[in-house]
Ligand binder design. Structure first.
Ligand code: ACO
Length: 328
């Protein structure tokens, strides 16, 4: 039998607490106007003190499994993409495996920052198409609010918490037509959480200097993102033997509205063919794309047979794009 990997179900979960831009006006030298015009963000979600990355991930996973008409026991493999795991180890994927009762699943995390979800579905596609696993759960989940320095106005206003998940398995039509991944370690210092690993283990020094928070060279990341989002999309479209005229919808990583608009221009797609929820959630790193995918599907923006491009970039530097012919 010819196995073609595609999306069997999709789900997402957002914490209920909302922080709007006016909150930041009160605690730092910024304004709603600056944040909205420079980034497109109006508000973001923040996990409660009791909620962890694996909680958000588990909630989104259960919705994706239900959407696929499956049970947690039907899942063979769990891949969690996150830059904010519950802890260094065990993996967040193992914690999810227990929380949702996926008793037959192997589980591991991947680290590719905001590109993690595209990396995850690329891995899942291989496992499904070589018939090692039937149903693979891929989750992007983040609690970035725990990794922010609220004294740094250039990063703390950008990020939010959330999770999105898909089940990848054999589909009878459409599926994941192509994926394209890339990385460039020369850009490692543009975006990082410098401490907490073997290079700079936790110490009073690392805590006092906020080295457990996200550090970013915003302008360098911006220039890289504007270039790579278009390039990566075009590579994935070419690998799917399609042209940009064949693309029905774009689901980009939600980092900055100006980066998204530049990507749409490169693909010659009007903005009504591009999903945007950045204004409501900010940048949720690995969770941005699956949350946007879930919302786009539920709002009827993508329909069976549509060619959908997913594209993201992030710390590493990393990037990834894929073309999915929607099969739900
Ligand atoms: N409020 C008010 N002023 C601010 C703020 C703020 N929140 N943040 C920065 N500024 C100031 C700066 O200090 C600077 O002031 P100066 O000119 O007096 O020095 C001025 O605004 C302009 O700063 P720039 O950094 O040039 O502003 P820019 O227009 O580039 O926007 C931004 C900054 C929004 C961060 C942009 O560079 C960007 O979006 N970069 C991409 C970031 C990104 O996508 N990161 C996520 C990667 S995903 C991952 O892997 C986690």
């Amino acid at each position: 039998m010819n196995i073609k990997a595609g999306i069997l179900g999709v789900g997402s979960y957002l914490p209920t607490k909302v922080l709007d831009n006016f909150h930041f006006e009160k605690i730092m030298d910024t304004s709603d106007e600056w944040i909205k015009t420079r980034t497109g963000i109006s508000e973001r979600r923040v996990a409660s003190d009791e909620e962890t990355t694996s909680d958000l991930a588990s909630n989104s996973a259960l919705k994706a499994i239900e959407c696929a008409n499956l049970k947690p026991e039907d899942i063979d493999l769990i891949i969690v993409a996150t830059a904010t795991p519950d802890m260094v180890f065990p993996s967040t994927a193992c914690l999810v495996q227990e929380k949702i009762g996926a008793t037959n699943a192997a589980a591991f995390d991947i680290s590719a920052a905001c590109s993690g979800f595209i990396y995850g579905i690329t891995i899942a596609k291989q496992f499904v198409e070589n018939e090692m696993y039937k149903n693979v759960l891929v989750i992007g989940s983040e609690t970035l609010s725990r990794a922010l320095d609220y004294n740094d106005r250039s990063t703390s206003i950008l990020f939010g918490d959330g999770a999105g998940a898909v089940v990848i398995g054999n589909v009878s039509s459409g599926g994941i037509l192509s994926t394209h991944l890339g990385s460039d370690g020369k850009g490692k210092d543009f975006l990082s959480i410098p401490a907490g690993g073997s290079k700079q283990p936790a110490s009073i020094h690392t805590v006092e200097n906020n080295l457990h928070a996200i550090h970013m060279a915003g302008n360098d990341v911006y220039k890289f993102a504007v270039r790579i989002m278009g390039e990566a999309s075009l590579k994935a479209i070419e690998a799917a033997n399609l042209n940009k005229e064949n693309i029905d919808y774009l689901i980009p990583h939600q980092a900055n509205i100006r980066i998204i608009e530049a990507s749409a221009r490169r693909l010659k797609l009007p903005m009504d063919k591009v999903y945007i929820n950045l204004h409501r959630y900010g940048n949720m790193s690995a969770a941005s794309i699956p949350v946007a995918l879930d919302e786009a599907y539920r709002e009827g923006k993508i329909n069976k047979g549509d060619n959908v491009v997913l594209v993201g970039f992030g710390g590493g530097l990393t990037w990834g794009a894929c073309v999915i012919q929607w099969s739900l």
